[in-house]
Write a protein that binds this ligand. Structure first.
Ligand SMILES: Nc1nc2c(ncn2[C@@H]2O[C@H](COP(=O)(O)OP(=O)(O)OP(=O)(O)O)[C@@H](O)[C@H]2O)c(=O)[nH]1
Ligand SMILES: [Mg+2]
Length: 431
């Protein structure tokens, strides 16, 4: 085996040297930055034969060519012809099994290592090419970089931010770019336009979500709005918070203040009975017990609400102070066969709000209200889409250590999934 080292000022130049010296079938073993530029260790295609036992050649013709690079775009186009190490190992099965088992095990291990190396190199090169492409964009069009930085600082995910910036039309000023971004986000945010949807139409609503997000407080705020519109007799409150000490007390106190009965249920059959008894009520609000989104009990709770014999519309409380990743997990866990919508809570405590807006846009959740404080009933508001999006970009502190510098932007962007790989972004409407 004749492994050779090539050093050049750039990856492109080093790859050209490899191709000139070892041909188009050369196998790249490693690639790293060195003081003089880039160092590539490579092996001629035919030398791969030394990695497998001689008996292999009879059975596995032509020799598996792990990777050949296209001469047109040295760093850009890599063809993995062997597919995966298993294919290669299979091709290397000996004719005299007993004698060659050991040799093949060694060859298989070596091939697997080479394949791992190749995969990690491919990932590295894709990242580098992405970085170069983004670097060019940044130089050509600095407004885009500014907009991207603002989106990321506001808490939007790298993939949605990148998707927006990539689709940004030609702009003359930064303001023009921001107007476009905000209008796209606004257009893709679905909200309850008229409170009559819940207050006039009535029905059975359950507030669900992780622990401490504000379900009970929001149930009380909603209950107060119902009572203000129709009086206390049209409303009933149910709590599923039966097993925690004092669990149902909190809602009972709010019920007492509003003059509304509070029913406590333990399980699905209890809920069925309660909903049947309350069938003449215009509105029933169910305050559920909070559960960690990673808990199996969430699925049981969804099943309990779905199997109660009546249509129970689930409203998911999304705590604006949670990260986008956590909120995504929460939506996935609580989605079940479909949520009626969501309510943003604790928006007053959130340093960034792009995260919660991002998750709502991606999952196409119908946003009913946002809560911005502990006061019942004052701190619950209908959504003004423009204001909510504006707020995401307002008062971003520049020195929290979470802001990105120019050279860091390309790293984030190159790692972000392209819209074509992220199905939640495919339907973003650009107008
Ligand atoms: N700042 C702020 N605090 C809120 C908001 N909503 C609720 N809280 C507070 O958050 C805490 C938890 O609220 P709860 O309503 O008990 O939350 P929960 O989801 O019912 O909690 P569990 O039943 O334990 O899962 C209380 O101290 C509330 O006053 C809000 O919009 N902003
Ligand atoms: Mg509660």
């Amino acid at each position: 085996m004749n492994v050779r080292k090539f050093i050049a000022g750039s990856a492109r130049e080093a790859l050209r040297m490899v191709r000139d010296a070892l041909g188009g079938d050369a196998v790249i073993l490693s690639n790293r930055n060195v003081p003089a530029g880039v160092e590539i260790m490579a092996l001629a295609g035919e030398d791969m034969a030394s990695l497998v036992s001689p008996s292999v050649e009879k059975e596995a013709e032509p020799q598996p060519n792990l990777m050949a690079f296209s001469s047109s775009a040295a760093a850009a186009t890599w063809h993995n012809q062997a597919g995966n190490p298993a294919d290669v190992i299979h091709a290397a099965r000996p004719t005299d099994e007993g004698a060659s088992v050991k040799a093949n095990a060694g060859a298989a291990k070596a091939l697997a290592e080479v394949m791992d190396e190749i995969r990690s190199m491919r990932g590295m090169m894709e990242t580098q090419l992405n970085e170069i492409a983004w670097g060019n964009t940044q130089n050509r069009d600095p407004h885009r970089a500014d907009i991207l930085r603002k989106l990321l600082s506001a808490g939007f995910s790298p993939s949605l931010s990148r998707h927006l910036v990539e689709n940004l039309p030609a702009i003359k000023t930064l303001q023009e770019g921001f107007r476009w971004v905000k209008s796209v986000l606004t257009r893709n945010l679905t909200v309850m336009n008229n409170e009559d949807e819940i207050l006039e139409n009535g029905g059975i609503y359950a507030l669900v979500g992780p622990t401490g997000v504000g379900k009970t407080t929001t149930t009380a705020k909603l209950a107060a709005r119902c009572v203000m519109r129709h009086g206390p007799s049209k409303l009933a409150l149910i709590t599923t918070d039966g097993y925690r000490i004092g669990g149902h007390e909190q809602l009972r106190i709010y019920g007492k203040i509003l003059g509304v009965m509070v029913h406590s249920v333990k399980d699905e059959s209890d809920l069925r009975i309660a909903l049947n008894e309350l069938k003449n009520k215009h509105t029933v609000l169910i305050d559920t017990v909070g559960m960690n989104q990673r808990d199996q009990m969430v699925a049981e709770q969804v099943a309990m609400l779905s199997g109660a014999g009546k249509e129970v519309k689930r409203l998911l409380c999304l705590n604006a102070t949670s990260t986008g990743e956590t909120l995504t997990e929460v939506v996935r866990a609580y989605q079940g066969s479909g949520l009626a919508g969501c309510i943003i809570t604790k928006i007053d405590e959130a340093a960034t709000t792009g995260n919660v807006v991002d998750v709502i846009v991606r999952h196409k959740l119908n946003l009913y209200y946002s809560a911005n404080g502990q006061r019942v009933p004052e701190d619950l508001h209908l959504i003004n889409r423009e204001l909510l999006i504006d707020r995401a970009f307002r008062s971003l502190r520049e020195s929290t250590g979470f802001q990105l510098r120019d050279e860091e932007l390309s790293l984030v962007v190159s790692g972000a999934a392209r819209a074509s790989q992220d199905h939640t972004l495919r339907e973003v409407n650009f107008g």
